[in-house]
Design a protein around this ligand. Sequence first.
Ligand SMILES: [Zn+2]
Length: 97
Amino acid sequence: MIAGNYRGSEGRVLRVIPRRNRLVVEGINRRTKHERPSQKNPEGGIVTFEAPIEASNVMLVCPHCSTGSRIRIKRDPDGTVERLCVRCDNPIPTPES
Ligand SMILES: [Zn+2]
């Protein structure tokens, strides 16, 4: 996170909402909701969940230099696409979902 209340904290991206330029990050922007008993949640009560945040407020953390960094897309002649860290030039693997 590079802005807002959670500036400086890190988390795993759980969900991406490209149409609204938002994403959901684990442990970030937790909200509590008071819910009535329902079929899904027969007890009701207080539910915590992560609310989506604006994509411009986050930065990818490079595993090699462990700072938030921008990435460069590199296309190999054989068609594979790699993400390279602009700081250290190391490829950043895309985690399997
Ligand atoms: Zn790096």
